[in-house]
Design a protein around this ligand. Structure first.
Ligand code: C5P
Length: 226
């Protein structure tokens, strides 16, 4: 897989002008952009289309968490946006995860969208402190049984998860370059560490989007993953 295909740029801003400028500057390095709650609430689904026009695959990080029927119906709507990835909280239980998968596939089929979006289950938020192996194991069994395509976890759990569930697509946020500040992330890792641990896709936000010098940070990223 090419390096670019393994990288998602987290556009955590409420300003579409800023988001699109960053997206344009980084498109050579990142195959995906991640639209989170902040940008989605500020701009609505219309922000998706100019990002698709730039050539990005869309990772919609809405972290759905509600009763199964509401998640099913919402996922059906999301499928119509033509996004590639959608997050859902594993906290919501297996029926809710299954409802998300069903909503995405039925939504894509009904609207004749060629690509069915993949659901990614959040294991635990990376801003939370360490969870026990037992808690993680229970969560993983449920995630794997639900039919979602992948999971989101910190770089420090991904090796274990991929060993237990090798078929799940592993997405890792909380990425920092050596010497960067961790901000509110409790379990950060460098891009090289996360890839070596088995991550399929890295989510990179402030190390790039808040960089003092964007070109230098992009060069560091390329060097690290070389
Ligand atoms: O700026 P930073 O690189 O810390 O951004 C990390 C991104 O990954 C944020 O958009 C955050 O919402 C997201 N994320 C996370 N932990 C998760 C799931 C998503 O940090 N478990």
């Amino acid at each position: 897989m090419k390096q670019r295909d393994r990288l998602a740029l987290a556009l955590d801003t409420d300003d579409s002008v800023h988001a699109l400028r960053l997206a344009r500057e980084c498109v050579e390095y990142f195959a995906y952009v991640k639209i989170g709650l902040e940008l989605f609430f500020a701009e609505g689904p219309s922000i998706i289309y100019p990002l698709k026009d730039l050539g990005y695959r869309i990772f919609l990080d809405l972290k759905l968490h509600d009763i199964p029927n509401t998640v099913y119906r919402s996922a059906k709507v999301v499928a119509g946006y033509g996004v590639d990835l959608l997050t859902v909280h594993s906290d919501g239980g297996i029926e809710m995860l299954q409802a998300c998968v069903r909503g995405l596939s039925e939504g894509a089929a009904t609207l004749e969208i060629p690509v069915t979006p993949k659901a990614l289950a959040i294991t635990y938020l990376t801003s939370q402190k360490e969870v026990s192996r037992e808690q993680l194991n229970e969560r993983l069994e449920m995630i794997a049984a639900s039919g979602v395509a992948g999971f989101v976890s910190s770089a420090h759990e991904v090796e274990f998860i991929k060993r237990v569930q090798p078929n799940l697509f592993g997405v890792v946020p909380g990425i920092r370059f050596e010497g960067d500040t961790a901000h509110d992330q409790a379990r950060v890792a460098t891009p090289g560490f996360a890839i070596a641990a088995g991550a399929d896709l890295l989510v990179i936000g402030r190390s790039i989007t808040a960089a003092r010098n964007l070109d230098d940070s992009l060069a560091t990223l390329r060097r690290e993953l070389g």
